[in-house]
Design a protein around this ligand. Structure first.
Ligand SMILES: [Zn+2]
Length: 99
């Protein structure tokens, strides 16, 4: 079964046998795709476990270094954050001030 088919489909609850609904589930401080049953059973998509783990690691490294190069300032993106956001596929980013 491919990822799209798995994540858009319903699964049967192993606890009560009813249908679990596809939803977002909080895991490791992030929201990831998964399923929830009315009986409180929850399952995270196996594809999302790595994402949740990488986001958790990234949150431990929120401070970044700022250095000057000519008239510009450069921000260094920590490896944990680069991995969590799959930086190789990103072509541009926006910078905003927080606080
Ligand atoms: Zn159930």
């Amino acid at each position: 079964m491919n990822r799209k088919k798995l994540e858009s489909g319903d699964i049967k609850c192993p606890d009560c046998g009813k249908k679990c609904r596809s939803t977002e589930i909080a895991a490791a401080g992030a929201k990831v795709k998964g399923w929830r049953c009315n009986c409180s059973y929850e399952l995270i998509s196996p594809y999302e476990i790595e994402k949740a783990y990488l986001l958790m690691l990234a949150k431990k490294h929120e401070k970044v270094k700022i250095s000057k190069r000519g008239n510009s300032y450069m921000i260094t993106i920590p490896k944990a954050i680069a991995n969590a956001i799959n930086i190789e596929k990103i072509k541009a980013a926006e910078v905003f001030l927080n606080g």
